[in-house]
Ligand binder design. Structure first.
Ligand code: GRF
Length: 217
């Protein structure tokens, strides 16, 4: 089976992108990172991608003003040019329209630093601490038009500690992100994830319990 060509879309440091690049170095991994695309020319992850010999593109959203359609047309053109099969959002801080999302059914995935559907949006670690959550974590999901929604492909959990700070919790969740994103992309690239009634099945079975991979770190 030929490897799927993956684009990773970033806005910042790109540590999840780096985890995907690392996983894809294994010749048996079913996907190759064919493109890293940033919406900000100063995204730190671009240098990491270039150093790894991966093609990069910048589609700077600020040059499109309020014209989201034009931004997304340019994005789509870059993905087409690089013959992309699967798109991974990894800290990509732009909302995508329903029109764009509908072009990538079950081929557009995102990582969110919380156990969805809890704590959609920003500042998830701070909000989890404020809420007194005892379990927190990260979710990889298919993207749908509604933000931080869509069928869950993988979750990983961490126990929240009494003396946790936002930074300490964020670091432990990030460690989990770097494990579940390569795992989720592998499953999608192998065609093992099916969406039935809005939920993912993996090899026909429900997604494993996040508690089974609670991080001991
Ligand atoms: C991650 O926590 C990701 O879940 C969130 O933004 C952060 C991006 O970090 N959406 P990085 O750029 O992958 O290091």
């Amino acid at each position: 089976m030929s490897r799927k060509r993956v684009a990773v879309l970033i806005s910042g440091r790109g540590s999840n992108m780096a985890a995907l690049i690392e996983a894809a170095k294994d010749k048996n991994y079913p996907a190759e990172i064919a493109l890293v695309l940033a919406n900000r020319p100063d995204a730190g992850g671009l240098a990491t991608a270039r150093a790894a010999g991966i093609a990069t593109e910048v589609v700077d959203h600020t040059t499109f003003g309020k014209d989201r359609a034009a931004f997304e047309r340019t994005l789509q053109a870059a993905l087409t040019k690089h013959r992309i099969d699967i798109v991974c959002l990894a800290g990509f801080m732009r909302l995508l329209t329903a029109d764009f999302v509908s072009r990538w059914p079950q081929r557009l995935i995102n990582i969110h630093p919380a156990l969805l559907p809890a704590f959609k949006g920003l500042d998830t670690h701070k909000r989890a601490l404020e809420a007194g959550a005892k379990i927190h974590g990260a979710t990889v999901h298919f993207v749908v038009a509604e933000m931080d929604s869509g069928p869950i492909i993988a979750q990983g959990a961490v126990a929240v500690r009494d003396d946790d700070t936002e930074a300490a919790l964020a670091a432990r969740v990030l460690g989990v992100e770097h494990r579940i994103y390569p795992l989720a992309l592998k499953l999608v690239a192998e065609g093992r994830v099916q969406v039935v009634n809005g939920r993912c099945l993996i090899d026909g079975m429900p997604v494993p319990d996040a508690a089974s991979i609670i991080s001991g770190e």
